[in-house]
Design a binder for this molecule. Sequence first.
Ligand code: PAF
Length: 279
Amino acid sequence: MEKYERISELQLKLSELRKSKTIGFVPTMGALHQGHLSLIDKCKSMCNITVASIFVNPTQFNDKNDYRRYPRTLEKDGEILEKAGCDIVFVPSEKEIYPETDERIFDFGELDKVMEGKFRQGHFNGVAQVVSRLFDIVNPDKAFFGQKDFQQVSIIKNMVKQLNLTTEIVVCPIVREQDGLAMSSRNMLLSDNQRKEAINISQALFYAKQQAPGTPVNEIRDEAIRRINSSPELKVEYLEIVDANTLQTVSGWDDATEIFACVAVQAGKIRLIDNVQLK
Ligand code: PAF
């Protein structure tokens, strides 16, 4: 695996490779786990060259402490990527990505007014800034994202449309721990007790899936929230049952063709998200 820190050197290498090979891209913020590896595997199966990036993007953190606390395990990440067969890793500095302050403001209509967008003001603008910048640098044929960040996927697809980019967005399924907890870089920050109780998040979503579509939407939502909040360490920030296309809440099962339950939970200072398709 080759490692690049400078855009100019990475682009020189990629322009050579692009003559005969397809380029796949897996952007990450590091602290890699099986979820990321599933993206690398998918990328390797669909593209000739797999490029991963590791950059903890400051502009997508609305909470400075969250940015400070975000796990950074660069050396281990390098070993994991190497073992997974990643071809190139791009590890830029903040100055390399943002030589000047990125002032761009994206308009995502209603997509970023709900759920994560409502509770993490400016988060998706920061995601769009960094992903568009990385796409501009890598110019991948395909880019791979996890379904766990359900709303992020919608935002990125919308951004690709707005900017007329040709990169195809490939969405990969959530990878879960054996007990059902969705894999996340933040899981390593949980205390033993928080980690034990965190299984209630996916269990509440699986309960919702079991009940749909026989039970009214609001009843399922209220009961799923109650189940999570019954754990002393957990507090639901939001649990919404939404139309997968518009991300707006539905009130009945006929309101949309694809319906997801999306949840964000505070486990002490750690924020966890998860989702499951109900219809
Ligand atoms: O999902 C993530 O890890 C980040 O939001 C991303 C897409 C790498 C942008 O910083």
